[in-house]
Design a protein. Structure first.
Ligand code: XIL
Length: 398
């Protein structure tokens, strides 16, 4: 169906939003599973579950489609949970498998949330991405005073053995190392001057990947990074350094199976996504690796409000949807790209909409405006981005 026909077939967005909000409110009140929109007796809402879901359209092409999961919402919000079940054939923990949440003390591990995510995914036949085993952020508070040059390798190895070992055979892909490249830091080969690099030098990469392979030989071992999508000068430099790292890893026999392109996109720079990323994906594919879109969202801060907030909202929804469609469509032209995950489900809970100073850094132009960055409204109704994403899955030919 063309966009114009679909628009005619739909209720106005306001009616739609009202219906959706009613569903959300009823759900919260009843504390039961939501009545899905498609079962509300309305024929005007375009189908978006069952055969019309993201996962059905993705699976028809052998693709994995899913989202990052917030464990608190999974535990407390039935509509959120239901949406994950209906839409995702793969999930990843937004935070629960990072060092910070998993390592309360230097000698202990906290598995509760990660275990719940794994059990949920298994119960519903979803694949799981593990995120992540080695990163410079969200390290536990004790890390800095405890981990030294002489014990860093031991800490890294033990962590990976324990965490990847616990979920051995259950994880489709592990982000073994996250965000190790940052050319602005001025280190050789573009390495980020982060804690692991300071403690161990570049060999932390090899330690992490070899330990991960031994701990879970079934998982696709992934290097994951951001700001490698556009042809802006800083992205071009960073992308080249990431490719150099991947090539070096392959040449020296390090175990790596995939590259994660985080894909935190924005309406302001999406026009500069093109040839550079295509060439990068082709090169990674030629090395025999897979490529995953791991953390997709679209920041709309660059867009104005138009003549009214309502009109501005519609324009932002369409612009964001256009970025989703074009980006995922062009990534899926490469057979190596097999997995697409959004960084969240509904707009309100996106990290881009985090309240206060932390979140507002992503919204410098419109700090008080909520981003429409994900495929679902806060009432779990599909945004235009949902349909753009689904059409992109349908465009897969390989
Ligand atoms: C973000 C989470 O979404 C936030 O909830 C958290 O406060 C900070 O981390 N790149 C990554 C993710 O690899 O782990 C980050 O997730 C977003 C950027």
């Amino acid at each position: 169906m063309h966009m114009a026909e679909r628009e005619q077939a739909r209720p106005s967005r306001r009616t739609f939003a009202k219906q959706a909000l009613a569903v959300g409110a009823a759900t919260v009140a009843a504390r039961t599973l939501p009545t899905p929109l498609h079962a509300q007796g309305t024929t005007a809402v375009p189908g978006f579950v069952g055969k019309d879901s993201l996962k059905a359209h993705a699976a028809a092409h052998g693709l994995f489609a899913g989202a990052a999961v917030n464990l608190h919402l999974l535990d407390t919000n039935p509509a959120y949970k239901q949406t994950l079940i209906e839409q995702c054939n793969i999930v990843v923990a937004e935070n629960a498998m990072k060092w910070g949440p998993m390592r309360p003390t230097p000698d202990t591990f906290q598995f509760d949330e990660a275990d719940r995510l794994v059990a949920f995914a298994e119960q519903h036949g979803m694949a799981i991405r593990g995120h992540n085993l080695c990163w410079h952020e969200q390290l536990p508070g004790w890390f800095e005073a405890t981990v030294t040059k002489s014990n860093a390798e031991e800490f890294l190895v033990k962590h990976i053995q324990t965490v990847a070992g616990r979920y051995r055979g259950k994880i489709r892909a592990w982000d073994v190392v996250n965000e190790a490249i940052k050319p602005e830091d001025g280190q050789p080969d573009g390495f980020r001057n982060g804690p692991w690099y300071k403690l161990l030098g570049p060999r932390f990469i090899e330690i992490a990947f070899r330990t991960a392979r031994a701990a879970d030989p079934h998982a696709l071992l992934t290097y994951n990074d951001y700001d490698i999508e556009t042809d802006r000068p800083q992205d071009v430099v960073k992308r080249a350094a990431v490719l150099q790292l991947i090539e070096h890893m392959k040449q020296t026999g390090m175990p790596i199976d995939a590259v994660g392109v985080q894909s935190h996109l924005s309406t302001g720079s999406a026009a500069q996504i093109g040839a550079g990323l295509d060439t990068f994906v082709s090169r990674v594919q030629a090395l025999g690796l897979k490529v995953f879109v791991t953390e997709l969202d679209v920041n709309d801060d660059s867009l104005g409000d138009g003549t009214s907030p309502d009109e501005g909202l519609r324009a932002r929804q369409q612009a964001v949807a256009e970025v989703y469609g074009r980006y995922v469509g062009s990534m899926l032209k490469h057979p190596a790209v097999t997995d697409v995950l959004t960084w969240g489900v509904a707009n309100g809970a996106s990290w881009l909409n985090a309240p206060g100073k932390g979140g507002a850094k992503f919204r410098p132009l419109h700090p008080d405006r909520k981003e429409v960055c994900l495929p679902f409204t806060d009432a779990y109704a599909p945004e235009p981005a949902f349909f753009a994403l689904r059409t992109a899955y349908d465009s897969r030919t390989s």
